[in-house]
Design a binder for this molecule. Structure first.
Ligand code: FES
Length: 96
């Protein structure tokens, strides 16, 4: 983890739906909450919060992940695609 004067804060840098995003976040923030509350990507839903339902599924570095189960800091320097990003890809595919 990066050295930071406040140990509860983390300088997060990641790619979401093709856009580079940099935000200072609290270290205990779940990835799901980061996407919904900080990024307003509300297509990612919380239903069970326990990794059971898949409503919070995102793609991280090509692997599907339940975003309710991991911390936002675990997505540092990763490539994330949410349902909003998938819709874009599907539209592109349809166009092609
Ligand atoms: Fe159900 Fe994450 S909210 S798996």
């Amino acid at each position: 983890m990066l050295h930071h004067p406040n140990p509860d804060l983390f300088q997060l840098s990641l790619t979401i739906n093709g856009d580079l995003v940099e935000r200072e976040i609290v270290t205990h923030l779940r990835l799901l909450d980061f996407l919904r509350d900080e990024m307003q990507l509300t297509g990612t839903k919380e239903v069970c919060g326990e990794g059971e339902c898949g409503a919070c599924t995102i793609i991280m570095d090509g692997q599907t992940v339940n975003s309710c189960l991991i911390l936002a800091v675990e997505a540092h320097q990763r490539n994330i695609i949410t349902i909003e990003g998938l819709a874009d890809i599907e539209e592109l595919t349809a166009l092609q």
